[in-house]
Design a protein around this ligand. Structure first.
Ligand SMILES: Cc1cc2nc3c(=O)[nH]c(=O)nc-3n(C[C@H](O)[C@H](O)[C@H](O)COP(=O)(O)O)c2cc1C
Length: 212
């Protein structure tokens, strides 16, 4: 059962682990804890179904991104992106955004809504860059995302194809790296169950049950 949830038990206390595997969502407290646990697991577990949610911008565009971190205290999701990608211009210093997660094993959907912003030259962006592997940093060495090319191309310079660049070679890539931070204002939580679906809205305007 643990395997089907792809759990990272580092982020769970034993009692929370028990709750995730044996859900009894009968209080809003349990729903709040479930959201926090799932987002923490999504960020830390590369095999978690919620590791790659759909990120939606106000221009009605959507794309898959890797969730890098969930900060429980500020209810903020962190993603990494290329500053030259079209979504960065749409988001800028502030935009209303949504992030959609679904775990088919747990049958839980999370529709997160909040305010997104891009950071490039901040301590947080520096720390995110420092914690990235050189393979991950390599993505920021090449041509801008969405740039037209004469044929199929990774956009990477020839010398970097299939290679892990050195720290020195990666210096110019830092200028293309940005973090996307989305501070959640509400999460629409939905659990599919044979015994009756459950749905709750957890957020700044007060927590409440909704009919599914
Ligand atoms: C599994 C997967 C993971 C991805 N992770 C990221 C990511 O973490 N950051 C990112 O900017 N793009 C990521 N992408 C690419 C985006 O989906 C998207 O194509 C790209 O960011 C350009 O988006 P834009 O044109 O809306 O700016 C990922 C794509 C896939 C399929």
């Amino acid at each position: 059962m643990f395997q089907s949830f792809n759990l990272n038990i580092d982020v769970l206390t034993p009692s929370r682990l028990w709750c995730v595997c044996n859900p009894m969502y009968d209080t809003l407290d349990k729903v709040r804890a479930d959201i926090a646990d799932r987002l923490a697991m999504a960020a830390s577990g590369r095999k978690s179904a919620m590791h790659t949610p759909v990120v939606i911008t106000p221009d009605a565009d959507a794309r898959i991104m890797v969730l890098r971190e969930f900060d429980t205290d500020s209810s903020t999701l962190r993603f990494h992106t290329d500053i030259r990608s079209p979504k960065v211009e749409v988001i800028g210093a502030g935009a209303d955004m949504a992030v959609l997660f679904y775990d088919p094993d747990a049958k839980v959907q999370l529709r997160c809504r909040g305010r997104g912003r891009i950071e490039t030259d901040t301590p947080l962006a520096d720390a995110a860059w420092a914690s990235s592997t050189n393979f991950a940093r390599r993505c920021y060495l090449g041509a801008a995302p969405g740039e037209e090319s004469d044929g199929p191309s990774s956009g990477l310079p020839d010398w970097a194809q299939g290679e892990q660049p050195t720290d020195e070679q990666l210096v110019p890539a830092r200028a293309n790296f940005a973090v996307l931070l989305i501070t959640q204002s509400e999460v629409d939580w939905y659990w599919l169950s044979h015994e009756g679906h459950r749905r709750a809205l957890i957020g700044d305007k007060g927590d409440r049950w909704l009919t599914p």
